[in-house]
Design a binder for this molecule. Structure first.
Ligand code: PHE
Ligand code: ZN
Length: 883
């Protein structure tokens, strides 16, 4: 503050100006500024005197100089909202420490010391759900990325690895179960209640620390590892949820076996514990030996969980388990390397699920997810490379880019090397870096050395943001087919110009007459432009490109609808069949959305799509699970991505018009498919699951084409439903159709499941994401429902994240939908900033919208930005989104 301008009182005494301090932007942290920490912390002892409203934490750190660091005269211990109660060095109380913002700085000379720090925290008041917090009477922790500093002063960075011993004590009644990382070494009774001591022999960063205390019961099992050790497995839940843990346990055992067989990775402790928590910011967390899960990814039974939920449980259990090697045994040097563990672990869980459930359908699901969430991120204001260069709040970088594009980038290495050589690369990576905090560069080098690849140019995939576009032109002359490929990586924030990247494209050329190709090839496009010639084609072949989605790029090509119909029917690559259907439909919708499509052309395009869909509905060779994929229309977001300027209303209208036309035209076939599948949809086997999927898809088309018929069919499907999959699919259709049946079934659903939070989440979501014209009014009413709760992230997402996907609600031309989300962000930010910040993403799309909506959306971002005291999380996302 400028003293000269300080107002003075009449008696001449100076007085401080009564203005708030100038807001300072949270600092930008840069990857290039990385420096090792000056101290090592070989051992950490934590003592917790537990209480829901007050927990006393005593942390004892043995510290030693880091030979790789500087000879500093002090140690910086990170804190977040902590006040030190006692600080001691080598047993002597210290008063030479000072606070620097949230951090504690302690002068420290010499080589090695023991630091003891006491703090006290209030878990019940922790609504951020970072650090130690209370959920349903139990206590649990979430430390990734920077939550440990809300528990104890510590060098809270992933390159400081320490061996933890944890003692907890508390009232036996409130906390009969006491869990932490590693193995239980002792437990007993004392004056204050009971206690347990855990020891984790594997050095780990603080973000992998965990503690759980509460009234829980376990499903137990055992696993014998490849070297013959027995591991005790336990999944801890509330007593009433115990009978919904079987699928999670089976998934865990399958994951453990698969990681041994496919990656040669064995589990390394005597115990493995999973705990389900109802209040959780993310899906789950891989804390060493003690994974903490959102209940959504543990609990499942056929009446309350859909087939998709079952897959989610299996995939997330596998993901967290796989982190034991890709993340825990080899961890990240700094948070810029996040994709080192996340991209690789997502790839590992994808490959696992491909092996468990069939590769074709799983691959299609993964690509659909990538295109609907990661492609938009990569083309918007929040685009960043899979290894970012800077951030203000690391919590904002747990993104589809780091996770899903990260997985695609590593998958490309695997495609180029082949699975066996790739495995040699990962073996080398684990061997070289076991027990270390590594970098993406370390990973790349291990794959180069182990798999025998040259990844020099490929490293650009780590450095450049944006989804590359590849233009493919196939010419034919005489006996030769000539394929010209041209790539372009679009500009992204801070990266106006790009270099070409290596793009591995699996492709095949089909002979129109025989319906076959003579072998698939892998072409790696490394230049801006390449020309590939294929001899021996008397007639122009049909090009099948980016088979299996071998590269995360957008292919742009002009292709005859007939060729796409051909591929949709004949391609032997399942993904390519799906892709041909998508291309056929996208091609038509994009020109329809553009306007001015003559009636004759519209009819012709619709007939081509209808013919292909009809073949899919009736093809006896097709597996229903695959049929269900082929029946799906490209999503609203994927369609928006294809347009430079999007009008959500027009896109929605054209997409619905096509759906209705198909529903009417193919009504007989759709109804017959629904009927046939209904007779095969009992049980949890593969065929029954496929049957349920096509039933749901058939209803979606019929609801658009013949709402009355669909309503009748959906009502009887709902009444007869034995699974949540059938019930939810029916209710989804009814929720979008105005009428008395809608209200009746929504009431029935609520009454049936009112004591089951995960199912009530579905009840909120179905209404918030529906095609009903009054969706805005419904969401407003639901936000006032007694079961709505701003403090529970699952509930908040089930209402509002679902709503951000509605073209008629979120994108209402009045701007009311945007305003509702902005209001939510402002209300949630002080409670749970990391969850609040995630709602900024949908508001960041303004640049790609038509001018009216763009201005309204931008206005809401500006309104949020103007609010004083925003969290770092929301501040960063809003300023980046305004660009
Ligand atoms: N590391 C977790 C995972 O990917 C995700 C997570 C991040 C959970 C931050 C909580 C907080 O498995
Ligand atoms: Zn992960």
């Amino acid at each position: 503050m400028d003293i000269a301008r300080t107002p003075s009182t009449p008696d001449g005494n100076y007085q401080m100006a009564d203005a708030p301090p100038e807001p300072v932007d949270p600092p930008l942290i840069r990857r290039e500024d990385y420096k090792p920490f000056d101290w090592l912390v070989p051992q950490t002892r934590l003592d917790f005197a537990l209480g829901v409203e007050s927990t006393r934490v005593t942390a004892t750190l043995s510290v030693a100089r880091n030979p790789a660091g500087e000879q500093a005269g002090e140690i910086r211990l990170n804190g977040d909202g902590l006040t030190p109660i006692e600080v001691a060095v080598d047993g002597q109380a210290s008063n030479s420490w000072r606070m620097d913002g949230n951090d504690l700085i302690l002068p420290l000379a010499g080589e090695a010391h023991e630091i003891r720090l006491v703090t006290e925290i209030d878990p019940a008041a922790n609504s951020q759900l970072m650090g130690l917090y209370a959920s349903n009477g139990m206590l649990c922790t979430q430390c990734e990325a920077e939550g440990f500093r809300r528990i104890a002063f510590f060098p809270d960075r992933p390159d400081v690895l320490s061996t933890y011993t944890v003692r907890m004590s508390g009232e036996r009644q409130a906390f009969p179960v006491l869990l932490s990382n590693g193995n239980l070494v002792a437990q007993g009774e004392d004056s204050s209640g009971h206690w347990a001591e855990w020891h984790d022999p594997w050095p780990k960063p603080s973000y992998l620390f965990a503690l759980v205390a509460g009234d829980l019961v376990a499903r137990r099992d055992t696993f014998t590892t490849m070297s013959g050790r027995t591991v005790d497995l336990a999944i801890w839940v509330r007593a009433e949820d115990l009978d919904r843990t079987e699928h999670a346990m089976e998934s865990l055992i399958r994951s453990m076996r698969w990681d041994e067989e496919v990656f040669g990775r064995e589990y390394d402790l005597d115990q493995f514990n999973i705990v389900a928590v109802g209040d959780f910011n993310m899906g789950a967390m891989e804390n060493k030996g003690l994974n903490v899960f959102n209940t959504k990814y543990v609990l499942a039974d056929p009446e309350t969980a859909t087939d998709g939920d079952y897959d989610g449980v299996e995939g997330v259990i596998a993901h967290e388990y796989f982190h034991n090697w890709s993340g825990n045994r080899v961890t990240c040097r700094d948070w810029f390397q996040l994709s080192l563990k996340e991209g690789f672990t997502v790839l590992r869980d994808q490959l696992f699920s491909e092996d468990m459930r069939g590769a074709a359908v799983k691959r299609i699901e993964d690509v659909r997810l990538l295109r609907s969430v990661q492609f938009p991120e990569d083309s918007g204001p929040l685009a960043h490379p899979i290894r970012p260069d800077s951030f203000r709040e690391i919590g904002n970088f747990y993104t589809p880019t780091i996770y899903n594009k990260g997985a695609e980038v590593i998958r490309m290495m695997r495609t180029m090397a082949g699975p066996e050589r790739f495995r040699q690369g990962t073996d080398l990576y684990f061997e070289r870096h076991d027990g270390e905090a590594a970098t993406c560069e370390d990973f790349i080098r291990a794959i180069e050395d182990g798999a025998g690849l040259d990844l020099t140019q490929f490293r650009l995939w780590y450095a450049q943001a944006g989804t590359p576009k590849v233009e493919a032109v196939l010419d034919h002359d005489g006996e030769t087919a000539t394929l010209t490929l041209r790539q372009m990586v679009p500009p992204t924030p801070d990266q106006p110009t790009k270099l070409p990247v290596p793009i591995p494209l699996r492709l095949a050329l089909f002979d129109r007459a025989t319906g076959r190709h003579n072998g698939e090839q892998l072409v790696v496009l490394t230049e801006v432009e390449s020309v590939v010639r294929f001899a021996g084609f008397a007639e122009k072949p049909v090009l099948s490109i980016n088979r299996g989605f071998s590269a995360p790029v957008a292919i742009e090509r002009t292709v005859e609808p007939d060729d796409l119909v051909f591929l949709a029917r004949h391609d032997d690559d399942a993904f390519a069949r799906y892709e041909a259907m998508q291309e056929l439909i996208v091609g038509h919708l994009v020109s329809a959305i553009g306007g001015g499509l003559p009636d004759a052309a519209r009819t012709e395009a619709r007939q081509a799509i209808g013919g292909a869909l009809s073949a899919i509905l009736t093809d006896p060779e097709l597996d229903d699970a695959m049929r269900g994929e082929l029946m799906m229309l490209p999503s609203q977001t994927y369609l928006s991505e294809q347009l430079l300027v999007a009008d959500p209303g027009t896109i929605h209208a054209e997409r619905e018009a096509l759906k209705a036309w198909l529903g009417r035209t193919l009504e007989g076939e759709l109804a017959a498919l629904h009927q046939r599948a209904s007779s095969q949809s009992a049980g949890m086997g593969h065929a029954a699951r496929g049957a349920r999927k096509v039933k749901g898809q058939a209803l979606v088309f019929l609801a658009a084409g013949n709402p009355e018929l669909a309503a009748t069919m959906a009502a009887s499907q709902y009444d007869a439903a034995e699974t949540m999959t059938d019930r939810q699919a029916a209710l989804m259709v009814l929720t979008g159709l105005p009428g008395a049946e809608r209200t009746r079934k929504l009431i029935d659903f609520y009454n049936r499941f009112q004591n089951d939070p995960l199912v009530i989440d579905k009840w909120f979501s179905l209404q918030a994401s529906s095609l009903h014209p009054q969706v805005i009014e419904h969401v407003k009413a639901l936000a006032r429902h007694p079961d709505f709760n701003l403090k529970n992230p699952n509930r908040v997402r089930s209402l509002f994240m679902a709503f951000t996907g509605t073209p008629l609600g979120f994108h209402a031309p009045s701007g009311e939908g945007y305003r509702m989300i902005a209001d939510l962000i402002l209300a949630l930010d002080p409670i749970n900033p990391s969850t609040a910040a995630r709602f900024v993403t949908p508001l960041g799309r303004w640049r790609r919208l038509e001018p009216g909506r763009a201005a309204l959306m931008r206005g809401e971002l500006e309104r949020i930005a103007a609010k004083a005291g925003l969290s770092r999380d929301t501040f960063e996302q809003v300023t980046r989104s305004l660009g």
